[in-house]
Design a protein around this ligand. Sequence first.
Ligand code: ATP
Ligand code: MG
Length: 362
Amino acid sequence: MAASLKEQLDDLLAKLNPGGVFGIDIGAHSIKVCEISGTPGKFKVDKFGTYVLSEAAIIEDQIQKPEELIEGVLEAMKRAGIKSKVACIGLYGPNTMTKRLNVPEGTNEEIEDHIMWEAEQYITFGADESQVGFHIIGDNEGGGKDALVAAARNELIENFSKILTEAKINPKIVDLNILSLSNVFEEVYRDELDEYSQGTLLLDFGAQTTKILVYKRNGPIFTKELPIGGGLITEEIQRQMGVSYEEAEDLKTTTDENGNLPDEILTIINNQVDQTLAEVKKNINFYISQGSAEKVSYCFVTGGASLSPGLVEKLAALTGLEVKSLSIFPSIKIDQKKAEAGLEQLSAVSAIAVGLAMRKIN
Ligand SMILES: Nc1ncnc2c1ncn2[C@@H]1O[C@H](COP(=O)(O)OP(=O)(O)OP(=O)(O)O)[C@@H](O)[C@H]1O
Ligand SMILES: [Mg+2]
């Protein structure tokens, strides 16, 4: 009885506050949940929590350990103190896509028809089995409008939504993590956006994937997900040192009193970072070559693996760009007490979830 009354109250609260969603990013390494308040330019992170997953709980976008994910969502919410039952979830992987399209002028309906008609060609996982959304960025210099199209395969949406509904959460908004990255970037650098809109590279170094986003002319012009990430470092530590996944994760980040890692760990990190960055470079050559019409001038990195020692410096050397961490604080306010792990670490792992939580205001 008591439980059902509580459930009814929770439902009622959700209805009274229909725009109030919290953001949830179910990453390969950890689940992040975030609730924010305020309005653009004055956002504040009120609640943030994480839950670190065990090895291979998710592989690519396939959920291998649903029970653990359900428990992880609830535990992360509990740690954060999130009571809301309505979420904005971020999806990623090969069954999602974004594309910038030049569309002819027209009514919203005409533009939608045009986009759906073209969708067949670029939604490789099947336009008719997907949810497709779009957003008009603005006028295209060459005429018509610039639209940002996003799509996710129904099956993927269902699989991730099911985790939430089993945790008694309503996945009210489905977003893409890559778009969340773009949104959080726009929010953090809202005052300098004119400059950054000339061409900025955003990179999210996660556990299983590295996300590339080229931001130009007021929105993403190129996005790509590479199937490589910080997890490769963990795997290599496991293999070379004969330790478990958890032990390897620990070894990767446990420094001595001077902040240094043991040499053998550092060597593994260096090798993997070099490989990952070489792969990134291949994919962005067009955007960093001298004389390229689409050249970018700035670069920001985020994601847990962006904290790997030497990564920022190596990336700068490789691209010729000034590389900075996407520091979401203090542009977005946070209670210092919530930042136990340190703002730098928190900023790197939380950016996507914060961007998803921002969706309630849009
Ligand atoms: N200080 C650190 N130095 C190096 N690597 C780190 C550090 N902190 C976290 N990592 C690594 O970052 C990765 C987790 O980052 P993040 O939380 O961004 O990934 P995720 O969102 O769960 O994964 P994905 O985006 O691939 O789905 C792990 O591989 C973890 O070992
Ligand atoms: Mg991630």
